[in-house]
Design a protein around this ligand. Structure first.
Ligand code: URP
Ligand code: ZN
Ligand code: ZN
Length: 478
């Protein structure tokens, strides 16, 4: 399979140049001006367009048993939606229950994607308990299953959340194995107590979700993780960082020598806390954890992207339908109209709203529209935080996140002049709503390739379900 991109205005995190790009058998084999077109090559003329390395979303949930339900996308819809938005690699959080073995969980999560995913993918292995069987299981996850990152939750008490002794043991093992530990940082006890108090006071609407997990709760979680990382020497990556005090806690640890990367996610850069207060329970669409914050935090996060303090922008894509699943926290949950809806039988309140916002399809266009086109970040920063840094941190670079000879031919031909509107009526995600309904966007992924195979052409899907490959990664010490 030979693909030839003519007249490419190539933009990576470190260079910009005009050239042709030749791709053979899935990899980039030549870059330069005036290359000869081989016989039989598929030719794409990129005149007037920008060409980026395929984008990487380092934080998605596709198969997610959570809060009494399952997230809505499967790998068919989730990977198609990713590609339609220009994302060619997904890193999914494998989130087993405490009862499940982490090795069996990774195998289960892999089975959900194999033969179905259209884009390439890998996983962060969730560690939701640590006992005497865990070290051997996690070694096998790394050495036999090709996984080079773990995931821990300091939040979600009684579900995914782990105790401090388990956190210590996980980080110690990760340090020995040379594995990065990604972490959801919120103090679980503070959340549980605050939720109890608010619900007891009759404050049960979606707008009370944010006050139940204020910025101090997230900052404590970050400081907590940093202390454990400092004590164990583990490399850590804080997922979905939403606010100023959280970033400050991580920066203080960096000063002390802790190796810590920072992820923020597209919803924090674009939405604000007022959305959770929308009438008619619509605020539930915007319930995620940590919560969407006020505008001052959003502005700070943009600055942190521009100056390199924040490493990556993911989505934390966690899709739940509004009509049924988000309504699990509605006062009249038992009267939901959809036949598939299962009432919880518990008292209805915001703590029962499944946490998460669907956004895997919109991340890149939101970042371009509200970042690049709005003058908040430049093109190199855009590529760095939406692609290259994730590849570097998670052992995929330079195979992914780069346009260079030898890299995978994952390319996004981007039309910066395109104008459109986001809508659930036209998106490829499986959810019945978009958190960005009616929002105007600047630019789109016009052509998207994965290892030389064109998956999106003229903004339309032409992909190949099952084309996606699992990306085996090696721990840093091996
Ligand atoms: O609200 C969120 N973030 N839902 C998905 C689970 C998680 O915490 O990542
Ligand atoms: Zn999380
Ligand atoms: Zn998540």
């Amino acid at each position: 399979m030979t693909l030839f991109i003519r007249n490419a205005d190539i933009v990576t995190s470190s260079k910009r140049c005009s050239a042709d790009i030749l791709c053979e058998n899935g990899t980039i084999t030549a870059i330069g001006p005036g290359l000869e077109v081989p016989d039989g090559a598929e030719v794409i003329d990129a005149s007037g367009k920008l060409v980026f390395p395929g984008f990487i979303d380092p934080h998605v949930h596709i198969y997610l048993p959570f809060m009494g339900t399952f997230s809505k996308d499967d790998w068919a819809s989730g990977s198609k939606a990713a590609l339609m938005g220009g994302t060619t690699t997904l890193i999914e959080m494998c989130c087993p229950s405490r009862a499940e073995d982490p090795l069996e969980a990774i195998r289960l999560w892999k089975s959900k994607a194999a033969g179905i995913a259209s884009c390439d993918y890998t996983f962060h292995a969730g560690v939701t308990r640590f006992d005497e069987s865990t070290p051997a299981a996690l070694k096998a996850v790394v050495e036999e299953e090709g996984i080079a990152s773990f995931k821990v939750f300091l939040a979600y008490k009684g579900a995914f959340g782990i105790e401090d002794t388990e956190l210590y043991q996980t980080l110690s093992l990760a340090s020995d194995l040379g594995v990065v530990v990604t972490a959801h940082c919120e103090n679980a006890d503070l959340v549980a107590e605050t939720q109890k108090r608010l619900v007891g006071e009759g404050k049960t609407g979606p707008e009370w979700h944010e006050p139940s997990r204020p910025v101090t709760v997230e900052a404590e979680g970050c400081h907590h993780l940093m202390t454990f990382a400092e004590m164990t020497g583990a490399e850590v990556y804080v997922v979905h960082t939403s606010c100023i005090p959280a970033v400050e806690a991580i920066l203080a640890a960096r000063e002390r020598g802790v190796k810590a990367s920072i992820e923020t996610v597209a919803p924090y850069l674009t939405l604000d806390a007022s959305y959770a207060g929308k009438p008619d329970f619509e605020g539930a669409k915007y319930v995620m954890s940590p919560p969407i914050r006020s505008r001052e935090h959003q502005e700070f996060l943009w600055q942190c992207l521009a100056d390199g303090t924040v490493d990556t922008v993911g989505t934390d894509h966690a899709p739940f339908d509004f009509a049924t699943q988000k309504h699990m926290g509605h006062p009249e949950a038992g009267k939901a109209v959809d036949a598939s809806f299962q009432p919880t039988g518990k008292a209805a309140d915001f703590t029962l709203i499944p946490n998460g916002i669907p956004s895997v399809e919109e991340r890149v266009k939101l970042l371009y529209t509200h970042g690049v086109a709005a003058g908040k970040i430049d093109l190199a920063t855009f590529v760095r935080c939406a692609s290259t840094r994730a590849a570097e941190i998670f052992g995929l670079y330079p195979r992914k996140g780069e346009i260079a000879v030898g890299s995978d031919a994952d390319l996004v031909v981007w039309d910066p002049e395109w104008r459109g509107t986001i809508s659930a009526a036209t998106h490829s995600m499986a959810t019945d709503y978009s958190a960005f309904e009616g929002w105007p966007v600047v630019g789109r992924a016009e052509t998207v390739t994965v290892r030389g195979r064109v998956m999106v052409k003229a903004g339309k899907w032409c992909g190949d379900p099952g084309w996606g490959e699992f990306l085996a990664r090696k721990a840093k010490l091996s």
